[in-house]
Design a protein around this ligand. Structure first.
Ligand code: BGC
Length: 750
């Protein structure tokens, strides 16, 4: 085992010239940092990510296709649906091993941006529409990679929820929404796993580029959350190098060809930037290089074992949306032909397009896997039915598919999104499958009553228009290099579906919360739905959905019982333990995801009806039971109080709702918490009513009011009630008020 080159960051910093420091903060090519040979600072290698390594052979190669072979695990669209942090940890560890073999120092991922709109072209790279689910999975993933002494880059920080105009658009988001939805997953990962780096995103947030945003990169990220690592720009995200550096964006990637270095040196010469300010970022970079140097290199990893892990992950990630009459699993021993229809069965879509594209070590397709599994037992006939990127139906291919279906006992139809429909770099225009695929399905269903649809898509597709033609629908997302075999395992019941939707599938696109606010106009996108992303919106509006957040069927059934809630602390920092028993009441082993939602039905601010606050995936043998406990802390009950600038729990009733999906709640309990202080700090323009609510302030104000004639007309009278919405500094100006604005200022300064 060979060790990387180690440095002592502190000692090196003291030896660097100003020019060397400035150069260090600019990449040396597409993928490496700048070396400083004079003092023995090596270059380190940053590589995409996230669901496999995309290590390109030549350092100046920006192309996507030419990368070394690596295991292609399911992209986040798949893994997000596994709801399984233990699995995400093992995948992280496997990726860490591959990085050690390949000499990769930082793997560029995971992406924890929220799936705000189903149309975002890069949703396949993101876990969920819910920040808890994304945060928990990403924490495990980061811990896994970093357990090997390899860094990660949590991305894209922040509010990068679309591809349209991603380098220029300003996401207009109110602070509470940012904190509760768009920053929350980042915050969790930083707190629990300390990623070595964070990647600042391309877009602006409320008018300021994320990469130049001191509030985001310094105040919140470092000041509040305690981030200790390095901030790297997304590739070419920096607009103003000096502003970015001052805001806390340490490293510019890729190389700016010397432009960034020059700008930094000029700013130092002009006195806009001090060398001490520069040193802060250089020290962080040297710290990263030092850390990377402590790792021992591995000679090899077990490709077969990683492929098997990819297969296990794929099987855990597919979601069985529908299974009428127990159509699935297909019985391998039963007679009758299986017609496999659809080009995706032979040519799988297993990952998304763009910077995350991995060159897989192997690739399995469902057709071959089914044939291999059923050899000598059931006949499998195949008809492609369509060409994946075709715009019009091919009558011969359709006729062949219909003939195959007519003669078969069951037709398994593989439908999905062509690669051109979704990619990094652009958004989708609609949520539909290609019309020619739906027409094919209709024709197949006309000749065969047993139709199973298997989907391949990186972001959600509408199902309402066609699903009546299918008895069963298996949502396969994009499942990585072993996805084909995993789908065969699931279809044949060798594996039991256990994926759950990490995003809602609406009935129609126009039900989506971002309608009218996606992808924005005039380089601005307004997050008008506020907190109501995904299921929060559909619940608030009591909208029917095709399949709710958290939904997913199994070949077995589960019972929820014996809910017990212990409130360990009722105060400002509450602690609650929720326990219940899960029982597998069916005939096969399987896994259930118990989901815990919390609602705050009466609050002084708007709160979503229910929010996911905990979950656990549990595998049970038939007939077996397990008692599980989910712990809730302050954040499960808190909201971001904008005026106080902190998380607060407002006392009152909270509903605890445990279920198998957000719309299949099995057990509920209501608890009372006393919470903490949620009042806004008093200011000169606080209202008379706000003063009345504070005994001290009220007594003080009334004493002053009583000095003038207004006192007796206002205190405890109808007029007083009317004046409750009047700011006290305006009340001070009323004739005979008995006090001045100066009195209030002095009182508040005490
Ligand atoms: C993407 C990042 C990626 C980087 C390097 C950017 O365009 O947004 O996610 O890590 O390129 O390929």
């Amino acid at each position: 085992m060979q060790t990387q080159v180690g440095i002592d960051a502190g000692a090196v910093l003291a030896q660097l010239s100003l020019e060397e420091k400035a150069a260090l903060l600019d990449g040396s090519d597409f993928w490496h940092t700048e070396p400083v040979q004079r003092v023995g600072v090596p270059m380190i290698l940053l590589t995409d990510g996230p669901h496999g390594l995309r290590k390109v052979a030549a350092p100046d190669d920006a192309s996507i296709e030419h990368s070394d072979e690596a295991t292609c695990f399911p992209p986040a669209a798949g893994l997000g649906s596994s709801w399984d942090p233990e699995l995400a940890l093992r995948i992280g560890q496997a990726l860490g091993r591959e990085c050690r073999v390949a000499g990769v120092d930082v793997l560029l991922g995971p992406g924890v941006n929220m799936k705000r709109s189903p149309l975002c072209g890069r949703n396949f790279e993101y876990f969920s529409e819910d920040p808890l689910l994304a945060g928990v999975l990403a924490t495990a993933w980061v811990s896994g990679v970093q357990s090997h002494g390899v860094g990660t880059s949590l991305k894209h920080f922040a509010a990068n929820n679309q591809e349209a105009e991603r380098l220029r658009v300003s996401a207009e988001v109110d602070e509470r929404t940012l904190r509760e939805i768009y920053l929350a997953a980042f915050e969790r990962v930083v707190n629990e796993a300390q990623p070595w780096t964070i990647m600042s995103s391309y877009n602006k947030i409320n008018g300021t580029y994320a990469s130049e945003n001191p509030w985001l990169l310094t105040e919140v990220l470092r000041g509040e959350w305690g981030f200790e690592g390095l901030v790297v720009s997304d590739w070419a995200a920096i607009d103003d190098r000096v502003a970015a550096l001052l805001a806390g964006c340490d490293l510019e990637m890729p190389s700016s060809d010397g432009v960034g270095t020059r700008l930094i040196l000029d700013a130092v010469a002009a006195g806009e930037l001090t060398e001490a300010q520069l040193d802060v970022s250089v020290a962080r970079l040297l710290g990263l290089i030092e850390r990377a140097g402590r790792r021992e290199r591995l000679e090899s990893y077990d490709r077969d074992a990683h492929h098997e892990l990819a297969r296990e992950a794929a099987a855990a990630s597919a979601v069985l949306l529908k299974n009428d009459r127990g159509l699935l699993p297909l019985d391998p021993e039963r007679g009758g032909t299986i017609a496999v229809i659809g080009e995706f069965a032979r040519t799988p879509r297993y990952q998304g397009a763009g910077s995350s594209q991995v060159n897989p070590t192997r690739l399995e397709n469902a057709l071959d896997a089914l044939r291999a599994e059923l050899e000598g037992r059931r006949e499998v006939v195949f008809a492609p039915g369509f060409e994946i990127e075709a715009e019009t139906a091919d009558a011969e291919l359709v006729a062949e598919a219909v003939r195959a279906a007519a003669d078969a006992e069951v037709a398994v139809v593989f439908l999905g999104l062509p690669p051109s429909y979704e990619s990094e770099g652009w958004d989708r225009e609609h949520m539909n499958l290609p019309a020619l695929q739906i027409e094919l399905l209709e024709q197949v269903a006309a000749v065969n009553a047993n139709v199973v649809v298997v989907l391949s898509n990186g972001s959600a597709v509408l199902t309402s228009g066609w699903e009546r033609h299918a008895g069963a629908v298996l949502e396969g997302w994009l499942l990585g290099q072993a996805g084909g075999r995993a789908l065969a395992d699931l279809l044949l019941g060798t594996a039991n579906p256990s994926g759950r939707l990490a995003e809602t599938i609406p009935v129609k696109l126009s039900d989506n919360p971002t309608i009218g606010n996606f992808p924005g106009e005039n380089l601005t996108v307004r997050y008008g739905e506020g907190l109501l992303i995904g299921y929060r919106w559909y619940d608030a509006h009591e909208l029917q959905v095709a399949y709710p957040f958290g939904h997913g069927l199994s070949y077995t059934s589960f019972e929820y019982s014996d809910l017990a809630v212990s409130v360990l602390d009722v105060g400002a920092d509450p602690r609650v333990e929720v326990s219940l028993t899960l029982t597998n009441t069916g005939e096969r082993a399987g896994a259930e995801v118990a989901q815990l939602y919390v609602g705050d039905p009466a609050a002084s601010v708007y709160r979503p009806t229910q929010e996911l606050r905990g979950f656990q995936k549990v595998t049970l043998e038939p007939g077996a039971s397990r008692r599980i406990t989910i712990e809730l802390d302050k954040r499960a009950f808190a909201y971001w109080h904008v005026a106080r600038g902190e998380w607060v729990v407002e006392g009152g009733e909270f509903q605890l709702r445990v279920g198998s999906s957000s719309r299949d709640i099995r057990l509920t309990e209501t608890i009372m918490l006393s919470g903490g202080d949620v009042s806004a700090p008093l200011a000169v323009n606080s209202t008379y009513g706000e003063f009345l609510a504070r005994p001290d302030a009220c007594a003080w104000l009334h004493a002053l009011l009583n000095r003038g004639p207004l006192g007796e007309r206002v205190i405890g009278t109808h007029l007083g009630k009317m004046l409750e919405t009047v700011p006290v500094n305006r009340l001070a100006r009323f004739p005979g008020s008995g006090f001045t604005e100066q009195d209030i200022t002095e009182y508040l300064a005490r």
